[in-house]
Ligand binder design. Structure first.
Ligand SMILES: C[S@@+](CC[C@H](N)C(=O)[O-])C[C@H]1O[C@@H](n2cnc3c(N)ncnc32)[C@H](O)[C@@H]1O
Length: 174
């Protein structure tokens, strides 16, 4: 029997770590102040209201969603499993209060039971190795009646579709 010492999750983490310094340059990643920022804040306001809450932000990456949650006055614990992504986020938000960045796995956040009013993530679920287990964990850390906000898309499917249409993949690869 062979045992790998580098699994899929580590591969995924390395991928995001390599992209940390240029992540914000890609279309749709950075959320510039102005109409786009307001548009992202709206669903958060609509679902969470205006009172300051304790929020767990999963896979904060370079801290773009963190900025809009923080601006709404919430107290945020923002986690990511890539030290490189976290370093960019920490730099961006240096000196801000109500904000704690931690290195952790979103599938196993190791936060106490019922400790957050809301859990928020953007563009994480599609890249998880155990999404079902992750949802169980997120429910565990939410207070009763707490809310989970997930922004996501089928990004893997989109890439596959583009490659298929451009003829880069043969039928047997799909
Ligand atoms: C597409 S980026 C999104 C970053 C940020 N949420 C945003 O929308 O700008 C995916 C992020 O998820 C993080 N990530 C992926 N799987 C994770 C896991 N199991 N635990 C913690 N972070 C994870 C990566 O390190 C990366 O920062």
């Amino acid at each position: 029997m062979t045992q790998a010492n580098f699994d899929l999750k580590e591969e995924i983490r390395d991928y995001w770590s390599r992209r940390s310094e240029t992540f914000d340059l890609a279309f749709g990643h950075r959320i510039p102040r102005g109409p786009e920022f307001d548009a992202w804040q709206k669903p958060v306001r609509d679902h969470l209201g205006l009172e300051p809450l304790r929020i767990l932000e999963l896979a904060c990456g370079t801290g773009e969603v963190t900025a809009l949650l923080h601006d709404l006055g919430h107290d945020i614990t923002a986690l990511d499993f890539s030290e490189e992504m976290l370093a960019v986020a920490r730099r961006k938000h240096a000196g801000r209060d109500r904000l704690r960045f931690i290195l952790a796995d979103a599938e196993n956040p190791m936060e106490p039971d019922a400790s957050f009013d809301a859990v928020v993530c953007r563009h994480l679920v599609w890249t998880l190795t155990d999404p079902a287990g992750a949802f169980v964990e997120w429910r565990r850390v939410l207070k009763p009646g707490g809310k989970l906000i997930v922004f996501d898309g089928d990004w893997a499917g989109l890439v596959a579709d583009r490659r298929h249409r451009s003829g880069q993949w043969t039928r047997s690869e799909l």
